[in-house]
Design a protein around this ligand. Structure first.
Ligand code: AMP
Ligand code: ZN
Length: 127
């Protein structure tokens, strides 16, 4: 037992979590996609011409908590992000998807999300 799911830790909505509150509609956000598994919102402080966050409705702290049982949900997240990128005309030029984990990873909101960044060339490695 070395992670949240296997340990049976609750993934119920956390009233102290910003993204759970956005999922619940308690805090407004610019939603560009939503379905039964996830929502996608425009980042409030965009770092690229297109900067959208794809987050599961379920409260999962970060990618460090994922197990293979999350495969379907993760497929939905990436599919939604790729589909949005295609619709925005980003696919030919390319774009970046990234998820930050913990303090050194640069994570500031403790609810799993994939950043979709596009519309400009990306540097590597990230800072
Ligand atoms: P991270 O730092 O990887 O955890 O990403 C969190 C992202 O959430 C940052 O890029 C923030 O700009 C963004 N963010 C913070 N508050 C909001 C909000 N209320 N609506 C939309 N995006 C937000
Ligand atoms: Zn949450």
């Amino acid at each position: 037992m070395n992670n949240q799911a296997e340990a049976g830790v609750s993934r119920a909505a956390d009233p102290a979590c910003l993204f759970c509150r956005i999922v619940a509609g308690e805090i407004p956000a610019a939603r560009v996609h939503e379905d039964d598994t996830l929502i996608a919102i425009r980042d409030i402080a965009p770092r690229a011409p297109t900067h959208v966050l794809f987050l599961p409705r379920e409260h999962i702290v970060s990618a460090a908590e994922l197990t293979r049982a999350d495969g379907s949900m993760l497929g939905r997240l990436f599919e939604a992000a790729a589909s949005f990128a295609r619709a925005e005309g980003l696919t030919d030029a390319g774009y970046r998807m990234v998820t930050n984990v913990g303090e050194w990873g640069g994570q500031t909101v403790g609810h799993l999300h994939i950043h979709l960044l596009g519309g400009r060339s990306m540097g590597w490695p990230p800072g």
